[in-house]
Design a protein around this ligand. Structure first.
Ligand code: MG
Length: 384
């Protein structure tokens, strides 16, 4: 029986993880869970999965949560500190992080420090602090198992292979809902348009990131940290999202992982690795698919992709700044405070205004993150 701490239980990854656990009650137990603000769903989940420990990030809602689960035997923690507590409890075997954005950083870091295996869906953690995260994992001998479907595919393609024999990683991208839009059409995109992803059902932040292709940019950085920063990563647009990514080895052989676009597959793999189990999901019907297509990404229509690659090349505090500017800009777009095209423009400006500094400790990253959030907010206020 694997004992799980699930971080971000009310988000899309969290809900899918609980679905996987529910299908395998003899193998998995939810011992602890955390959520951000959705107290109604969180209380329901606590009632159903009966964790011993639960943390809610939004401290003002703690009294309401306590009231809702008063009859249950669960210890409640609050705030960021509480989220770290439930990620580091002694009896936990594996921590699943489905937190959105930078909020996932500290719990992930502390879980790794505590020697926990970390099934990681929260790519921002590696984007912001890849080097420090890897250092902590190595020190404590804890493993990071990717849940992001592309990285799960690469991780699976690496089974039994040697990292040094990778020639390049081929990171596939759906291209999002605006893959075929011309520059003119890109001018008048609404929130509703951008939230309409063709292949994947996900939370709103990552869905917007997919539409700007920032998601692929963040995944490019994530792949570098997970599979070697010297390893070349080629991005290929593959509209059907059937091949989740590939590795070309030095002998030119390419190994790919294919499957239906359903996050429960990589989540289950992260939980069962190195084993697999019956998921009771529909099989991929290749003949029904007919064609799989591949295209070169358009860096002009999707500048965020280039910004992310540049940020990784510059290194230091720049990836953290890219991420923070993106989080603030996406939130402003979702709240209809800025037009769609301003997401990329804001990130470009904030990166331009940032003087990257060396990373010695976590505080350097948190400072850069804070600066970038303020700078982006300032630019939004000035322009609108
Ligand atoms: Mg992905």
């Amino acid at each position: 029986m694997k004992k799980i701490s699930l971080l971000g239980s009310t988000g899309s990854i969290g809900v899918n993880t609980l679905d996987v656990v529910e299908r395998n009650p003899e193998n998995f137990q939810i011992l602890a869970m955390s959520a951000g603000t959705n107290v109604d769903l969180f209380a329901e989940q606590i009632r159903k999965f009966k964790p011993k420990f639960a943390a809610l990030f939004e401290e003002q809602k703690i009294p309401l949560l306590k009231e809702k689960v008063a009859d249950l035997d669960v210890e409640i923690f609050s705030g960021e500190e509480g989220c770290v507590t439930v990620a580091t409890i002694d009896e936990i075997d594996i921590v699943v992080s489905g937190v959105v954005g930078k909020a996932g950083l500290l719990p992930a870091m502390e879980a790794l420090k505590a020697g926990k295996n970390l099934a990681l869906a929260n790519k921002e953690t590696l984007v912001i602090a890849g080097e420090l995260i890897l250092k902590e994992a190595q020190k404590a001998n804890s493993n990071i198992i990717p849940i992001d479907s592309e990285h799960s595919a690469i991780f699976q393609a690496l089974n039994g292979e040697r990292k040094e024999r990778i020639k390049k990683i081929i990171l596939t991208a759906s291209g999002g809902p605006f893959r075929t839009y011309n520059a003119n059409q890109m001018e008048s995109i609404t929130v509703k348009d951008a939230l309409n992803h063709p292949n994947w059902k996900m939370g709103s932040k990552i869905t917007i990131d997919s539409s700007t292709m920032m998601n692929k940019g963040l995944e490019y950085i994530e792949a570098k940290w997970l599979f070697g920063i010297e390893t070349p990563v080629e991005i290929v647009v593959h509209a059907q999202s059937i091949i989740h990514s590939m590795i070309e080895f030095v002998d030119t052989s390419i190994i790919a992982q294919l499957g239906i676009p359903d996050m429960r597959v990589p989540i289950a793999y992260a939980l069962t690795y190195p084993d697999r189990f019956e998921c009771n999901l529909p099989s991929l019907d290749l003949t029904a698919m007919g064609n799989l297509t591949f295209e070169v990404p358009d860096f002009e229509r999707f500048p965020c992709l280039q910004f992310a690659i540049n940020a990784m090349e510059i290194g230091k505090t720049m990836p953290a700044v890219l991420n923070a500017a993106n989080e603030i800009a996406v939130e402003a777009f979702l709240n209809e405070l800025i037009p769609y095209k301003d997401i990329a423009e804001l990130i470009r400006l904030v990166m331009h205004n940032h003087i990257p500094t060396k990373l010695n400790e976590l505080q350097d990253i948190l400072d850069a993150d804070q600066w970038a959030r303020e700078e982006t907010t300032k630019l939004i206020t000035v322009a609108h």
